[in-house]
Design a protein around this ligand. Structure first.
Ligand SMILES: [Zn+2]
Length: 348
């Protein structure tokens, strides 16, 4: 028996809104996940761009002879003139039923307007949408106020909890990796206090900033433990790309640690086809979730879902053929990664 995952329901464990007016004019520039402007010509020479174009040809029923520019023109017409129906049909094509959306996007903190949020909510109105937001946005707001340390400490907790409650968050997220890295150190309180005031006195000093970022991260852990919700850590989500073997090993060793493969799928193009095997070597497969980190344009989440189902299907069928695993374990694993693990991990 062969697995066929095309009709399985799908949850994106980590994605972002994609407001129309923030799309780069050149479609190909969306293929870069970096934060700096990139040349169109370079993006047109990525595998991801060509995989995306071919998948769009399938989606729009176009012959291979239809040029790249014509495909993009058809895509743009749909995405710009008929966005709501277009996004809905993309999500349906991939089999999505649920999205976990990080609203603390973009990193530049040019936060989305209410009109942009309304547009997104309409686009995904057929989905079960769950929200996630970042402790750093609370921390950054408080740090600007230059409060006493005790007041910062108090408000960080109360305002983060308030954000979780008022926005109905299913998880808190930390993007500490963007600021001072993941080598979080636990320091005695008097050192944190001194570090806090030193940072306020000189905000350009990264060593002082690291003290308060690390402390804020530890507070995020405490809040999540108390409220019994997961903490998404930027990098542990995203498959720790390119360190998939290491991620598999720590998932194997620590029961309360989970991962998704977002970002790696779809931005790293064919990486899913070999890097996932590295992750799956040791990772308990009831702890790995599908995700895309789709942002900017709706096609990332769509392409990621369609492509990943194919890769996972091939991989699991290969393991069945080799008689390494049973059909029933393969089927359960597919359901877990595509949907059920998120339900369990987030208590949905
Ligand atoms: Zn993200």
């Amino acid at each position: 028996m062969k697995l066929n995952l095309s009709n399985y329901p799908l949850t994106d464990n980590h994605c972002h809104p994609f407001p129309l007016n923030r799309e780069p004019v050149d479609f190909e520039r969306n293929m870069c996940i970096g934060l700096y402007p990139v040349k169109s010509e370079n993006m047109r020479n990525t595998l991801y761009f060509h995989m995306m174009i071919n998948e769009l040809r399938r989606f729009f029923n176009l012959e291979e002879s239809v040029s790249i520019d014509e495909v993009i023109a058809i895509r743009n017409k749909n995405a710009r003139e008929n966005r709501d129906a277009y996004v809905k049909s993309l999500l349906q094509d991939a089999g999505y039923t649920r999205l976990l959306v990080d609203y603390g996007y973009p990193i530049s903190q040019k936060t989305l307007t209410s009109a942009e949020l309304d547009e997104f909510k309409s686009n995904v109105s057929e989905m079960d949408v769950k929200s996630i937001n970042r402790i750093e946005w609370v921390a950054n707001r408080l740090l600007l106020q230059e409060l006493s340390f005790d007041k910062y400490d108090e408000l960080l907790v109360t305002e983060t909890k308030e954000m979780i409650k008022s926005q109905n968050l299913v998880a808190l997220k930390s993007v500490i990796a963007y600021f001072t890295g993941l080598e979080v150190k636990i320091l005695p309180m008097n050192e944190v206090r001194i570090g806090y005031y030193s940072y306020l006195a000189d905000k350009s000093d990264r060593s002082y900033e690291k003290i308060i970022r690390d402390y804020t991260f530890m507070k995020a852990c405490e809040i999540c433990k108390e409220l019994d919700i997961p903490l998404q850590v930027h990098v542990l989500i995203h498959g720790s790309y390119p360190y998939l073997e290491e991620l598999g090993m720590i998932l194997n060793h620590y029961d309360n640690l989970y991962a998704d493969i977002s970002s790696l799928v779809p931005y790293a193009s064919i990486a899913a086809e070999d890097k996932l095997k590295k992750l799956f070597e040791m990772a308990p497969l009831n702890k790995v979730c599908f995700g895309t980190d789709g942002a900017g344009i709706p096609e990332h989440a769509w392409f990621g879902g369609v492509y990943f189902k194919r890769v996972l299907e091939n991989f699991l069928n290969e393991l069945i053929d080799k008689k390494y695993i049973s059909y029933s374990f393969a089927e359960q694993t597919a359901k877990n990664i595509l949907y059920d693990n998120v339900t369990k991990i987030y208590n949905l």
